[in-house]
Ligand binder design. Structure first.
Ligand SMILES: [Zn+2]
Length: 399
């Protein structure tokens, strides 16, 4: 008889250890709306949330319900002046809203301009189904996609309240958080890799990490200290694995006059820049630039210069100075052309910089093309993650 209480106690302990539930997150899916069109396959229930939770309406079929801004708040049919409602679909079908569809439930609240904000509340696993496709091409090897799923989950868990105070929901559905377009972005493969890594996140000293990632590092990742903030798990790491990135090599040409003008537009007044000197780390990444101008020299962080010139043109900070190539084939003509060019530029005081670079993105954390390369070499997702993030654990938050 005494065995039963012990057995029950044992089961309860086991349950409490494994019953950590899946966190629910909130994503702002539409803002500043005057009209919202809602539908769900088998209909839905609408609750008024302004004082407690009161059921106010049921739709029994998939026809569309139009919600519009009213004199005060918003409303539909005979319901006016609502401020905060919740839409719960029957049978957990996705809720369609303005040509998009989302798992979980929707909430609509009045914003401070009298318009509507539509918020999608759902468990983080369902959210990730719609994130993976956008963040990494689905033709990547499975283990690379799994590593991306863990990174995206880590981001969502760590940042789940990022915009809460400012906007009234945790995450945006654009690049300010992670790109999320709901069920229309889901794919069998994205569901597969999210399920295969369910509940797993990256932690350092027990906390979810800032899991930065980028497209292709171009030879080595960037140490976080170059951002002015040394983070123990974001260290520079050699990466020869992103060589298959089709846009790996790039060139950026800019005359010194253009550079002077561009920087002036961004508030850095440096008269007549005459030279740019590059300081690199041991992996060849430009860490700092020295802009030599008529009144002196200005030192600038290379990441900052990249932001000022445009991250899509100065595609990474893994670049070198290069001589301009002549389009002429005859060596004699080429030599004359070079002399002429250098004479012209000295006369006009304008010289062109030609930077040849590799990779795309800020270079910190996981290199996505490198992850693909490592997966093709037989690395599993955990090994891939531990390659790019130092001293981290893959922790399972819930089953
Ligand atoms: Zn790489």
């Amino acid at each position: 008889m005494k065995i039963f209480p012990i057995l029950i106690l044992g089961i309860l302990t086991l349950l409490s250890q494994t019953s950590a539930s899946v966190p629910e997150i909130t994503v702002g899916v539409f803002e500043k709306q005057e009209k919202v069109l809602l539908s769900a396959e088998n209909g839905f229930t609408v609750y008024d949330l302004s004082s407690g939770k009161k059921e106010i309406f049921k739709r029994w079929n998939k026809s569309v319900l139009e919600i519009s801004v009213t004199e005060r708040g918003f409303g539909f049919l005979t319901h006016r002046n609502l401020r905060h409602i919740e839409i719960v679909p029957f049978r957990k079908h996705p809720v369609h809203v303005n040509k998009m569809a989302f798992r979980g439930i929707l909430r609509i609240r009045e914003d401070r301009f009298g318009k509507m904000t539509v918020i999608n509340a759902l468990d983080v696993e369902s959210y990730l189904y719609g994130v993976i496709k956008s963040e990494m091409l689905l033709n990547s090897p499975l283990e690379a996609l799994k590593s991306q799923a863990v990174v995206a989950r880590t981001y969502a868990i760590r940042n789940q309240d990022k915009f809460l105070k400012e906007l009234g929901f945790g995450l945006t559905r654009d690049v300010r958080s992670q790109v999320y377009n709901g069920v229309f972005d889901e794919h069998d493969l994205s569901i597969k890799v999210v399920d295969a890594t369910r509940g797993r996140i990256l932690t350092h000293e027990g906390q979810p990490i800032s899991a930065y990632y980028h497209s292709a590092c171009g030879g080595a990742t960037q140490d976080s200290s170059t951002w002015g903030n040394k983070i123990a798990y974001l260290k520079a790491q050699v990466c020869p694995y992103c060589e298959n990135y089709k846009d790996l090599h790039w060139e950026y040409e800019l005359s010194l006059t253009d550079l002077t003008n561009r920087l002036r537009e961004k508030g850095h007044i440096l008269p007549n820049i005459s030279d740019v000197r590059l300081s690199k780390d041991t992996f060849g990444r430009v860490i700092r630039v020295e802009l030599v101008h008529a009144d002196g020299t200005m030192k600038m962080n290379a990441n900052h210069l990249r932001t000022l010139l445009g991250a899509n043109v100065l595609r990474s900070t893994m670049f070198s100075d290069s001589e301009k190539k002549s389009s002429l084939n005859d060596p004699a003509e080429k030599a004359i052309d070079q002399i002429l060019n250098s004479f012209m530029s000295r006369m006009s005081g304008d010289r062109s910089l030609l930077w040849k670079g590799k990779g795309f993105g800020h270079g910190v954390g996981l290199c996505q093309w490198g992850a693909k390369g490592l997966a093709n070499k037989g690395y599993n997702f955990e090994k891939i993650l531990k390659y790019y993030y130092s001293d981290v654990s893959v922790t399972r938050l819930y089953d």
